[in-house]
Design a protein around this ligand. Sequence first.
Ligand code: MN
Length: 250
Amino acid sequence: MTSHDPGTIRSQAMAELATANRVLVMRGVLDAFGHISVRDPEQPDHFLISRNLAPAAVTAKDIQLYDFDGRTADERPGYLERFLHAEIYRLLPAVRSVVHSHSPSMLPFSVSSMPLRAVSHMAGFLAPEVPVFEIRDVAGDASDLLIRNGELGQALAGVLGQSAVALMRGHGWVAVGQSVPHAVFRAVFAEANAKAQAAAVQLGEITALTDAEAIASAVANHGQISRAWALWSQEVAIAREQNDAQRSAR
Ligand code: MN
């Protein structure tokens, strides 16, 4: 396999995915857990995702190629929850990137009777509603809540449907996009919106965007994704250079 040859579209996707891992860590969406994947540009019935590694440590060399049954030729251990990525790509052909996170501001909305709403114009993509995946509907009431197989992944993908984001009760959430920067943008602003909504609720009754405002905001912001991605990927590059400089100074 020539997947690590620089210059191929797959190797470019691998490099972008490695950067995205670090962006999501710097932005508080991922920590030791969670992952981001991209549909393979060369074989669209496959996807790329890091081997089993903390996102802050991921480089392009750590990216593995999987089919939709969660199989890879790479012998290094992979993420247990790769099935959630696989089944979303299988069910939803327009999805090109998937983020899975356990981030602290989103999690409360997965277990609360208060729905997560688009309260910020940066998160208009959350409207008209954010579905909540209840794993008990598929796995009974004694599961470990992880998406360990294709059946669970398929159920989650079905609940997500055409939404940008789905919450996973007691576990976390997924965000999808038409590209890696798009999925990262949605993940970052979903987390920020959740934090803002929780803060606003402390102050009084909240006013969410109307569905029409949310759609108009999402359209307006879609044109600005490249600005965010340019900034965030540059921050990652600067942090990496500083790391390298510190290492060589020792
Ligand atoms: Mn998880």
